[in-house]
Design a protein. Structure first.
Length: 275
């Protein structure tokens, strides 16, 4: 890895239209003492892009994500991946205090509308060329920028609170199978007090969940459903499969507008699209 010089920075960064303010001080000691010294492990959503001091509009309806896995203890190096508007990307990021080194990033080869491709190009170029990292004192805001001030990317931490999801696929014992969206399908909603509610396809459910956003570990607790409404057939079968798989989930993957619940053995159990 690249050894970066030691320094101390204080910063204030304000996004005029987005309303996000990053404030605080960070110190570079030259030694990483824990597995996530800089607090970026987990999932982030791009909220603003500053270009020469002006805020650029993020393409409507696009969720640009940046996800970092917890590095090994004593390391500055994060494995990073995400969705850049048209393609998925992945690569290494090193952070030492406020110093940032990103890439090279591997990118899938999907084509998209010209405006999305242009925005994606700017985003990925900034991730690669940036050299400054800043994080808010509360850990909910992050900035990756060029020290020249040319471009800055600002993110908010992605949290499950107040999100709503529709089931699109599930593990049927052999592989991941799509859900027929013309029929009643399960819905999962996360509350703001570690509670969860939703619809199983025939009944309503209530319960709780526990989550670690840095490691993406998740468990669902005390899940209960209303009295059966007498529905049978495929919908009732899907309900039982859905509830069984929900209890087996141990962690999740959030990419763009897709949430996947994963089992302890790495099997994709349930796949949702954000509602």
């Amino acid at each position: 890895m690249i050894r970066l010089r030691s320094s101390i920075f204080c910063f204030v960064a304000v996004v005029l239209a987005g309303g996000l303010m990053l404030t605080g001080c960070a110190s570079s000691k030259g030694v990483a003492t824990s597995s996530d010294d800089y607090g970026i492990a987990g999932d982030w959503k791009l909220t603003s892009v500053l270009r020469d001091g002006a805020e650029l509009a993020i393409p409507y309806g696009e969720t640009i994500t940046f996800s970092a896995d917890v590095p090994k203890a004593g390391s500055y190096d994060y494995d990073v991946y995400g969705f850049s508007g048209v393609n998925n990307y992945s690569g290494p990021v090193s952070i030492d205090g406020n110093f940032y080194v990103g890439g090279p990033f591997g990118v899938t080869m999907m084509a998209g509308p010209a405006d999305l491709e242009n925005f994606e190009r700017l985003y990925l170029e900034t991730l690669t060329d940036a050299d400054v990292f800043r994080i808010a004192a509360d850990g909910h805001g992050m900035e990756i920028a060029k020290s020249s001030g040319e471009t800055a990317l600002l993110f908010n931490r992605l949290k499950l609170d107040a999100t709503h999801w529709i089931l699109t696929a599930y593990f049927d014992g052999n592989g991941v199978r799509s859900v027929d969206q013309t029929k009643a399908v399960p819905i999962l909603s996360f509350g703001t007090r570690m509670d969860v509610n939703g619809f199983t396809g025939t009944n309503f459910l209530l319960g709780g969940y526990d989550v670690n956003y840095a490691t993406r570990q998740i468990t669902f607790e005390d899940i209960g459903v209303t009295e059966p409404h007498g529905h049978g057939g495929d919908v009732a079968v899907l309900e039982q499969v859905f509830l069984n798989l929900l209890h087996k989930a141990s962690h999740y993957v959030w990419s763009g507008n897709t949430l996947s619940l994963i089992g302890k053995d790495g099997t994709t159990l349930l796949v949702f699209t954000e509602k």
